[in-house]
Design a protein around this ligand. Structure first.
Ligand SMILES: Cc1cc2nc3c(=O)[nH]c(=O)nc-3n(C[C@H](O)[C@H](O)[C@H](O)COP(=O)(O)O)c2cc1C
Length: 352
């Protein structure tokens, strides 16, 4: 069943538009009362270098729980070609059975349109604009969060891409570069366009991933956004989501990133499903590891990927730190495999 079928459709119509929910409301209300589903859409955040197609496929197969799987950004190059990584990530055969949304990182309307056209040829109906990447190399080129520093230019850019629009466009944004006050003007700009969704990660570029998300600024978006809103930032367990919903009872959509890396069952858990079991985690690990071994050449490259995973993942196991230290030092796959076997044999899963 698609998320639309399950949750009903939300539409944004014309100017001064209102959010509408359609669908069988009685059934939905009943389901909510019996606790069978939670009235919440959960999205997987794009995490460049981590949540590529191999990760997303393993996640879907073992845990699922996500209404949309956002693909890490595509950065249009001068030749207008996708890089090898980008192409593998968007190929339909690598995204079977999931609602995947590709993301574009650019400040050139023409590049956005060309890339969105190519993505439409692959069958994508929605594209997401990255206005959040805080990395210096990106920001200094006026892209990602760097684009937020030029609101007039951003407005013209949105105007251009919405004029040509043949696909749904969503935006993933930070609240500004250096001051939270910047968001007011940005929100006014977003409100001028019929975005498929406005995903807000309420941190500034200068925060990178430090400090806590600014919920007061998010409250402004919750009050004033004319577009459907999605919250992103620091949701790592059901308790975090509960607190957020207490403050924003109308919020019906969150995106989760690092929390999933730390607990791949998070999407399922946030929807009221079960915690990860050891056998599931083993299967998830093995799917990832085997797929990386097949796709990449050389122990070092594969282990680089697995070390990145264990940085987050090790916290799920008793004595996880001890094993993570061993994994970090490891240079050969055979040794890695024996460390992981020992962990799965001797240790238990911790649920926070
Ligand atoms: C390693 C890493 C890679 C990321 N790559 C992307 C990306 O490709 N596109 C994007 O919009 N955000 C990217 N982000 C930001 C995340 O999507 C998300 O907004 C951020 O981690 C906050 O959400 P979380 O607290 O749930 O992780 C990345 C973050 C990290 C840590």
């Amino acid at each position: 069943m698609t998320s639309t079928a399950r949750y009903g459709k939300r539409k944004v119509i014309g100017k001064g538009r209102k959010k509408m929910k359609t669908g069988d409301r009685k059934t939905d209300r009943k389901k909510r009362q019996t606790g069978r589903i939670q009235w919440m859409k959960i999205y997987l955040a794009p995490l460049e270098g981590i949540t590529g197609h191999i990760y997303r496929t393993a996640l879907k197969e073992c845990f699922d729980g996500f209404d949309k799987y956002f693909i890490p950004f595509i950065s249009p190059n001068q030749k207008g070609h996708f890089s090898t990584r980008e192409k593998k990530d968007v190929l339909p055969e690598n995204n079977r059975g999931v609602l995947a949304v590709p993301q574009i990182l650019t400040n050139q309307a023409e590049d956005f349109i060309e890339t969105a056209k190519k993505l439409a040829e692959y069958g994508y109906e929605e594209v997401n604009l990255n206005l959040g990447c805080p990395s210096r190399t990106v920001v200094t080129k006026g892209r990602g969060a760097g684009f937020l520093e030029e609101p007039d230019r951003l407005d013209r850019f949105l105007d251009e891409i919405f004029k040509k629009r043949e696909w749904k466009i969503s935006v993933k944004t930070r609240i500004g570069m250096s001051e939270p006050e910047e968001f007011e003007e940005l929100l006014k700009i977003y409100n001028r366009y019929p975005l498929e969704e406005l995903i807000v990660h309420p941190r500034l570029q200068k925060d990178f991933y430090k400090n806590t998300p600014n919920l007061d600024v998010f409250a402004m978006a919750a009050e004033e956004s004319r577009n459907p809103l999605c919250y992103n930032g620091d949701i790592c367990n059901a308790e975090d989501l509960k607190r957020l919903r207490e403050r924003f009872p109308k919020l019906d959509c969150v995106m989760v990133g690092r929390g999933v890396l730390a607990d791949p069952a998070l999407g399922r858990v946030l929807k009221g499903g079960g915690q990860a079991e050891k056998a599931e985690l083993r299967k998830f690990h093995d799917l990832l590891y085997r797929a990386y071994c097949e796709e990449m050449s050389g122990d070092r490259t594969v282990l680089y990927k697995m070390k990145e995973l264990w940085f987050y993942f090790s916290g799920l196991f008793t004595n996880g730190k001890k094993y993570y230290k061993k994994i970090k030092k490891c240079e050969r796959c055979v040794i890695y495999e024996s460390i992981v076997n020992e962990l799965f044999m001797k240790e238990e899963v911790i649920h926070g």
